[in-house]
Design a protein. Structure first.
Length: 297
């Protein structure tokens, strides 16, 4: 099976690839060989492991976004400064690749004040805006490092990053809370914890230790602790981003479960939220990037 082009989302932990014909996915694959798990001279081999069966005699365009363009990645794709379009420049060509591929990496975006950067999310934003002409508002991209992005007139105006997802993983797996946070979920506990920290973010550190104390003294169920931990952290994030979402047109781009969690939290505060699938937005953004490479070929 030969593909017309290949879409690649290469993050810190995972590598995802799609064989494409136009905007249609004809096959897909993934591995755990993210940017943090391969050396610079191993990127091509990690990619070929997944796409070898999609290649033919003629070279195929490979369009990649994410941490593959970082300083430690396959090729460094310099950041573009905001305000600018989500993908303002032609993707960077990877030199000296296998003759069967032409590989390109989408550059990320940077903000000088306050300092901030993104890689991968700019492609999702471009894909989201492609199907929504003249869309203005705020886009939330929840994840390991959640992004809040102000969009106006087709440009990213400003953005902020929050380490909420990484903090959840560290606290639940590598702190004293690992003994109290279990599996499962409790919606009511999440909503109450989120509202508590949203109104009193200065209490966050005390609320976190309270999860351990509630387990030791009251035998609190681990599923409740898990939901509360998420609620406390997301509540603190929403408190910090209130100027972004309060009274604004708002969209969430992310994996279904996490997007629903953020949407639920925001809706309890009266926000109107639309959601979009992160994979669909990524593929639409990579298609736009591919068209840029063809225009300049």
């Amino acid at each position: 099976m030969n593909s017309e082009w290949i879409a690649v989302d290469w993050g810190t932990s995972h590598l995802r690839v799609w064989a494409m014909r136009g905007d249609t996915v004809v096959d897909q694959a993934q591995s755990d060989k993210g940017m943090a798990r391969v050396d610079r001279d191993e990127f091509q081999a990690a990619l070929l492991e997944l796409i070898e069966g999609w290649l033919g005699a003629e070279p195929v365009d490979v369009i990649a976004c994410g941490m593959v363009g970082a300083r430690q990645g396959w090729v460094e794709a310099p950041y573009s400064a905001v305000p600018c379009a989500p993908t303002p420049v032609t993707p960077i060509r990877v030199p000296n690749t296998d003759a069967r591929i032409r590989a390109f990496v989408v550059p990320g975006l940077k903000q000088t004040s306050p300092p901030d950067v993104m890689r991968g999310e700019e492609t999702q934003i471009a894909g989201f805006l492609a199907s929504r002409p003249n869309w203005d508002g705020v886009i939330c991209l929840p994840g390991t490092h959640s992004k809040w992005v102000q969009v106006s007139a087709g440009e990213v105006v400003s953005f902020r990053t929050f380490m909420t997802g990484e903090m959840f993983n560290l606290l639940s797996g590598h702190s004293v809370l690992k003994h109290s946070v279990g599996t499962g979920w409790d919606d009511a506990a999440f909503v109450d914890a989120m509202a508590d920290t949203l109104s009193k973010p200065e209490q966050l550190a005390a609320r976190l230790f309270g999860l351990r104390a509630a387990d030791l003294l009251q035998g609190q169920d681990g599923s409740i602790a898990r939901a509360q931990l998420s609620g406390f952290l997301i509540g603190a994030e929403l408190a910090a981003t209130r100027p972004y979402w309060l009274g604004q047109r708002l969209a969430i781009i992310g994996a279904t479960g996490l997007s629903e969690t953020y949407a639920k939290a925001l809706k309890t505060q009266g926000a109107f939220v639309e959601t979009a699938d992160s994979t669909e937005c990524t593929l639409a953004g990579l298609l736009l990037a591919r068209n840029l490479t063809r225009q300049t070929a």
